[in-house]
Design a protein around this ligand. Structure first.
Ligand SMILES: *[C@@H]1O[C@H](CO)[C@@H](O)[C@H](O)[C@H]1NC(C)=O
Ligand SMILES: *[C@@H]1O[C@H](CO)[C@@H](O)[C@H](O)[C@H]1NC(C)=O
Length: 335
């Protein structure tokens, strides 16, 4: 009964007016919110298809593009780099098999150790390089990895990409044992043949051919083993033809792989703009390269970090089996 009494035409008109006013208020509030409300970041996150259809995209601006990070791996058929996919899924993988001509990525000739792979990658991708590129060897555990367990996983996990982006070139090793503070004396050692792996005797002649624009340095030093990272901007400071020339030299040289590989091992830092002796103090290096800033260090090493192993082949079962086949615990975390 009471309902019927209220539902007069006059009441219906009032209801309509109130409803219209409310709708107008809500609309105004939305308009004002858009104009004065939270910034673009909020709108970006909430941007749906409806918003784009409504023509709001002009206010959003370009999305920041994530920088691409890639690994370039100089591998052999017998080696295993699957751990890189497991732990670094976001990195682009370029796994070159040097001894498998049928592999998806391979080299024109298996010569000059990892340097043939590194140069081939640069040449083949010069016009579309990833932003940050880590040039590394395949196995997770390797005697020269700068880690107390020679484990590449924590080494790469802690590698400081922002520092690389600032420097352009960063050696992925801080320990001085092997390579620093001086490894090769190109002038004094010219013509020497001390050992099958000692490149000093051939370094000067090779250097003169490879880097005719540079004076042959008296001393060359860089922490060993040819694992380093470079930005695409740094790579492109040289024309592609330089890298093609280096690879041509590598393909043609009569030097043994152990020697030609080492000549590049002790040249990459200069290819990418560092001084002939590039040996930052371990204290500074561990802090900047791996974010380990509270280490207790001497001139050439830091406590609890890398020590030179007795052999270059790690025992089967490492890091849980030691050098004498004894059970062993990790020295440090893999995180
Ligand atoms: C490679 O190593 C992974 C562990 O990291 C292992 O699961 C896999 O079986 C290995 N592959 C080969 C072919 O040895
Ligand atoms: C490894 O660590 C465990 C737990 O701390 C310990 O019980 C064991 O004795 C250690 N093994 C070796 C070989 O050091």
């Amino acid at each position: 009964m009471s309902f019927r009494r209220r539902c007069t035409p006059r009441f219906a008109v009032t209801l309509l007016v109130v409803w219209l006013l409310l709708a107008l208020l809500i609309h105004l509030k939305e308009e004002l919110w858009d104009a004065l409300g939270p910034g673009d970041a909020f709108n970006d996150a909430d941007l749906g298809l409806d918003d784009i259809a409504g023509g709001k995209e002009a206010a959003v601006g370009p999305q920041p593009v994530a920088r691409r990070t890639a690994v370039v791996v100089a591998s052999q058929k017998s080696e295993n780099s699957t751990w890189l996919s497991s732990y670094f899924p976001e990195w682009e993988k370029n796994i070159y098999a040097v001894d498998d001509p049928a592999a998806p990525l391979t080299v024109p000739k298996n010569k000059g150790r990892e340097s043939m792979v590194y140069l081939t990658f640069i040449i083949e991708n010069y016009d579309d390089l990833p932003d940050n590129i880590l040039f590394i060897h395949p196995n997770r555990y390797q005697w020269h990895n700068d880690d107390p367990d020679y484990d590449g996983l924590p080494m790469l996990r802690h590698f400081q990409i922002p520092y690389l982006e600032q420097e352009g070139y960063v050696n992925i090793r801080c320990a001085w044992s092997l390579g620093c503070p001086e490894e090769i004396k190109p002038l004094g050692q010219e013509g020497e043949h001390r050992a099958a792996v000692h490149a000093g005797g051939d370094y000067k002649q090779a250097f003169e051919v490879l880097f005719p624009e540079k004076e042959v340095p008296k001393i060359v030093g860089v922490s060993c083993c040819a694992q380093f990272a470079v930005t695409k901007e740094k790579i492109r400071e040289r024309p592609k033809s330089d890298y093609e020339r280096y690879r041509e030299w590598l393909l043609e040289t009569p030097l043994a792989d152990s020697i030609s590989g080492r000549i590049f091992e002790y040249s990459w830092h200069m290819v990418f703009g560092k001084e002939a002796v590039h040996c930052p103090s371990p204290k500074e290096c561990y802090c900047k390269v791996f974010g380990a800033c509270d280490l207790d260090c001497e001139t050439s090493s830091c406590a609890g970090r890398y020590i030179l192993p007795p052999y270059s082949s790690l025992p089967f079962g490492w890091p849980l089996i030691g050098w004498e086949g004894e059970p062993r615990n990790r020295s440090a975390s893999e995180i």
